[in-house]
Design a protein around this ligand. Structure first.
Ligand code: BTN
Length: 146
């Protein structure tokens, strides 16, 4: 019995992780150190929240900025839904759109894998070619916050 306990524990954790659903609601931090809060997702899958970026492409002072997004509610999401959101930066002329999926990893941990496009404002159409940056961010849940 004593020898079987670790095995049963691993089995329990593996099965537990399998059934767990990924929820966008809560506090998140990404690989750049940026923080994001999504207080709630409504019945249509729509949500608003706040984004505190750790970095900026500008020389402006960083301020918390609003985000608006939507999550797929289709029947095949299987607890790991796709989503998208837009951050309208309150301290710059730029907009970022994120698209991603909310996963539960093998340890039962929720993780958001995203790609983004950051559109900066340029003075004229000749500079359009250099106006968009692209990248990825990985978000993990920040527990124990109000
Ligand atoms: C700006 O610099 O004009 C606004 C801030 C942009 C921050 C970007 S958005 C993509 C990447 N992920 C982050 O968490 N921050 C940067």
């Amino acid at each position: 019995m004593v020898r079987a306990t670790p095995f049963l524990l691993v089995l329990f954790l593996a099965l537990g992780a399998h059934g767990k659903k990924c929820s966008l609601t809560g506090h998140w931090v990404n690989d750049l150190g940026s923080n994001m809060t999504i207080p709630a997702v409504n019945g249509n899958g729509d949500f608003t929240g706040m984004y505190h970026t750790a970095v900026t492409a500008t020389t402006n002072e960083i301020k918390v900025s609003p985000l608006q997004g939507t999550m797929q509610k289709g029947p095949n999401q299987k607890g790991q839904p796709t989503f998208g959101f837009t951050v309208n930066w309150s301290f710059s002329d730029s907009i970022t759109v994120f698209t991603g999926q909310c996963f539960v990893d093998s340890e039962g941990k929720e993780i958001l894998r995203t790609m983004w496009l950051l559109r900066s404002r340029v003075e004229n159409i000749n500079n359009d070619w250099k106006a968009t940056r692209v990248g990825t961010n990985i978000f993990t849940r920040l527990p124990f916050q109000e």
